[in-house]
Write a protein that binds this ligand. Structure first.
Ligand code: ARG
Ligand code: ZN
Length: 872
């Protein structure tokens, strides 16, 4: 069944208050609800039946105003209840039973290692009790949890108002959330947990208690999350003027979790992997991921909870805005340029591929079958780029005026993307009419740029042509409003003034299909630096020469564009190598790439993290996204050759860099140190590509002496990817023995193997699935083994016999019976069959068909597979 945005109607009934009572039992939890229901005066005349959502529930009783209803007084169907209504206001009481232990979908209430927890976004609350499970129904919740004494910690949203003992062994706690909220923000946790506690004083001087709960074995891994939380709270006050609003803010770490984390009001629930860290067990990347996700969920308290979404088509209203907020926070806490490079790399490879694939959808979709499938890179990352473009077009101050108006106008309401843009417009008297197309049109726009310099008149012109390829249901696109940030460089690399005021950088507003921009008084033939900081989620085509790219790499004032110029240079080289491979010509690396990389290594004024990024070749996935037709073999061969040639040609320089950076300071996950470790480990990886003994010896010794997980894991990866079987196996064994009790490290250990071009063969992956550390019901384990193989092991997954694709299909079929959300996500790599050359195209298509033919699919998986099988 497909749901359409155009069919949106206001709810017929409102729920002023919701009282819940849970009696926790692994297989038979009793849920009692009492709802104060009222006819929505804005929804029309008469008293239509009350429609409640409910899935997999055992209904025990229904009563209205204290009078029990008979079975003929309502209709109970597979998706809920329909109850005839006779009064405009009434109290509805429902009792039902659920089975948390049997719930492997990880939506609704479930058990994770003996801990009860919930995940209600988007439509999980209907797996807890019958309810109008839609975000525009907002209610004040009071929750009582009753549990046996061996579940000492009982948590829900808001403030604790009562606790006590019941019949000897059992006890209860009651929580009250003073803020009205949709059911998707409800949360409950119960278990044997320990906590780390801290305090935060808000800008108006209120004291807030901060608590992070985990299983006792992980209690030493909470400090970084706590530090990140406090930094995020301060940042949101300083940058957005947003203050926290309850007396307590809680975070709970859970091992079985479908996504990263969830912003439930006052009680955020996190995937353990996104909150727990210690220097010995977590890499720098994990520390940074945790910092950004803790901030992301915290920021949702305003962008998501205080102001929420009217319906799920508006998901990017909260997710795009909140990702933009967390990205800016991370940029302020770390290296801004490196954060931008990481985000853009991900967008360009994965979001661009999504935008060009069968599930392509606008930032505000028009329809969906299963909303869980729309927690996508387009909604999150492209949505954040759309907000960033507004920020770029308006400037920081005007953007802040807009966000202030947005929060003030809509506090306590469920609103739309349109309301967000309108607030930006109204606060600043600007017109974003054409800009709105970013919300309604899918696909990645392309800018073809050409230029002309007239030396006689000192006039320089840039001609920009925009287009956007068709996407499902959208054959023709109207022109977008695109902020194109740019500058001009002189032959010596210095910035040329763009106008009489001497400004060296400007934002061109591209609005027409074809448009010309003229610059007067340009003293020499300039070199354009285009789309600085990636000012719009588009592809820029401009015919740069290798020498021009080298100049940009060396001299552009925009760090992002320096990196991007290097990527373009490498991309050209790799494209040539692929052509050579296909025609059977001997491959040879263009000397300009080696020169460029050598000078990057020699520039000591650059942030080492930026150097590390600049030395990294475009990934196989990036090359695949850029190709018209994907020839996996040629992509693999070109990258392998280029890496080896670069490693050999720059061996001494890399070794010097490695030795210069290889010093033993006490571990701190701060930007400057992270940058040094990053460059050191990129150098190590390159050195080991040569498989020379002296390089592998460096890896051995780093592996043996490392005092932090960043260095330890990098050394292990180098050995696993490059050393001979025996040496790699020994390191893996050693690592496992040391860390087998630590879930997060075991997951790293699994994914290192599955993503290794050498070790992560299909047989090795199957063997890992038989390892005691593997668990098909744990999404982190599935992602570490199957996900890493299909998404991060381009070489082995794309074996020419198609075995990787068949394997993925098998696993997806098995997973769909346990956890549909995870199955629907995991299938993605084979849904892109159309872009591949004939062999893999047919193999992927057949693998997809086998999924479709395997029996009754979940709604989640059915939507993705049926849309992907369409041939046109
Ligand atoms: N709102 C959460 C976040 O981005 C993610 C919710 C996941 N929901 C889902 N249906 N998988 O912070
Ligand atoms: Zn979010």
């Amino acid at each position: 069944r497909t749901v359409y945005l155009k069919d949106y109607r206001q709810p017929d009934y409102l729920v002023d208050s919701t009282r819940l009572r849970f009696e926790l039992e692994p297989n038979a939890t009793l849920v009692e609800s009492q709802l104060k229901v009222r006819r929505n005066p804005a929804a029309g005349e008469g008293l239509p039946p009350l429609q409640l959502d409910g899935v997999d529930l055992e209904l025990l009783s229904v009563a209205i105003d204290g009078v029990p209803l008979g079975e003929d007084d309502y209709t109970c169907h597979a998706e809920g209840l329909s109850i005839p209504v006779h009064r405009a206001e009434f109290t509805l009481e429902i009792r039902n039973r659920i089975d948390p232990e049997g719930n492997t979908s990880l939506e609704g209430l479930y058990l994770s290692n003996g801990m009860y927890c919930t995940q209600c976004e988007a439509e999980g609350f209907r797996k807890i009790t019958y309810y109008p499970d839609r975000p525009d129904v907002m209610s004040k919740f009071t929750t009582t949890i009753v549990a046996p004494g061996d579940y000492p910690i009982l948590l829900s949203n808001g403030n604790e108002i009562e606790r006590g003992k019941i019949d000897g062994d059992r006890h209860f706690v009651t929580w009250e959330d003073p803020f009205a909220k949709p059911a998707y923000l409800f949360a409950l946790v119960a278990g044997q947990l320990e906590k780390v506690e801290d305090r935060f004083t808000t800008m108006s001087g209120r004291e807030v208690i901060l608590e992070i709960y985990t299983e006792p074995k992980n209690i030493h891994k909470c400090d970084h999350a706590m530090r990140s939380l406090k930094a995020a709270m301060r940042w949101d006050e300083e940058v957005y003027g947003r203050e926290y609003d309850l007396d307590i803010f809680m975070i709970v770490a859970v091992d079985h979790f479908n996504m990263g984390a969830m912003e439930n009001k006052g009680l955020n629930i996190f995937n353990s992997a996104c909150v727990l860290a210690s220097p010995e067990t977590a890499t720098d990347a994990a520390f940074q991921r945790i910092e950004s996700i803790v901030a992301h969920e915290y920021f949702h308290n305003w962008s998501g909870n205080r102001v929420t979404c009217r319906d799920w088509f508006q998901l990017s209203l909260k997710e795009g805005f909140t990702v933009f907020r967390d990205a800016e926070f991370s940029a302020d806490m770390n290296s801004r340029a490196v954060k931008r490079i990481e985000d853009v790399s991900m967008l360009r490879t994965s979001q661009f591929a999504e935008d060009a694939g069968p599930m392509s959808h606008p930032v505000r979709p028009d329809s969906y079958m299963e909303i869980s499938n729309f927690y996508t890179l387009t909604i999150y990352e492209k949505g954040a780029e759309v907000v960033r473009m507004i920020h770029t077009l308006l400037g920081a101050q005007a953007f802040r005026r807009g966000s202030d108006l947005y929060f003030e106008r809509h506090d306590g309401c469920a609103v739309t993307c349109e309301d967000f843009i309108a607030a930006m417009e109204d606060a600043n008297e600007v017109d974003l009419k054409q800009f709105r197309r970013w919300y309604s049109q899918a696909g990645t726009p392309v800018l073809e740029i050409s230029d002309d310099y007239d030396a006689d008149s000192n006039r320089y012109t840039l001609t920009v042509r925009q287009s956007c390829p068709p996407s499902p249901g959208q054959a023709e696109k109207l022109p977008f409003h695109i902020p194109l940030k740019m500058g001009l460089l002189g032959a010596d690399g210095s910035a040329l003034a763009l106008d009489a005021d001497g400004k060296g950088e400007t934002v061109l507003e591209v609005t027409e299909p074809e448009q010309t921009f003229t610059f007067e008084g340009v003293p020499e033939q300039p070199l354009p630096s285009l789309l600085r900081g990636f000012s719009a989620p588009v592809k820029v085509r401009y015919d740069y020469s290798p020498a021009q790219l080298q100049l940009l790499m060396r001299a552009d004032s925009d760090a992002f564009n320096r990196w991007d110029a290097g990527q373009r240079l490498a991309f050209r080289a790799l494209a040539q190598l692929q052509a050579d491979f296909r025609s059977g010509t001997a491959m040879e690396l263009p000397p300009e790439l080696v020169d460029a990389y050598r000078s990057v290594l020699q520039q000591d004024d650059l942030d080492p993290a930026l150097v590390a990024e600049m030395l990294t070749l475009p990934s196989a996935q990036t090359l695949a996204e850029e190709a018209d037709t994907i020839d996996a073999e040629a992509i693999i061969a070109s990258r392998k050759y280029a890496e080896q040639a670069l490693a050999e040609a720059l061996y001494e320089h890399l070794e010097q860099a490695y030795r210069r950076l290889d010093h033993d300071k006490p571990y701190r996950p701060v930007a400057a140190d992270i940058a040094q470790r990053r460059l050191k480990n990129v150098a190590l990886a390159y050195l080991c590509v040569t498989e020379r003994e002296d390089a592998l010896a460096l890896a051995d010794s780093q592996f043996a002496t490392a005092t932090n997980m960043t260095d330890s894991a990098a050394a292990l990866a180098a050995l696993v990817n490059r050393a001979d079987e025996q040496r790699a196996e020994a390191a893996l064994q050693n690592f496992y023995e040391r860390w087998k009790e630590d879930d997060q490290v075991v997951e790293l250990w699994l994914s290192l193997q599955s993503s290794s071009p050498k070790r992560g063969t299909l047989e090795a992956v199957r063997a890992l699935m038989a390892h005691p550390a593997f668990e098909l019901t744990n999404p982190n384990r599935v992602r570490s083994v199957i996900g890493a193989f299909a998404n991060r092991n381009f070489t082995q997954f794309h074996q020419p016999d198609g075995s990787g694709f068949r394997f993925l299909a098998e696993q997806v079929i098995a997973l769909d019976k346990l956890n549909p959300q995870i199955a629907a996500r995991l299938v993605t790599p084979i849904t892109r069959w159309k872009k591949y050359c004939q062999g893999p195209r047919e193999q992927m298509f057949a693998a997809l068909q086998s999924v479709m033919a395997s029996g009754q699919l979940s709604a989640d998986l059915y939507e993705v597979v049926s849309k992907s099988l369409k041939k046109d």
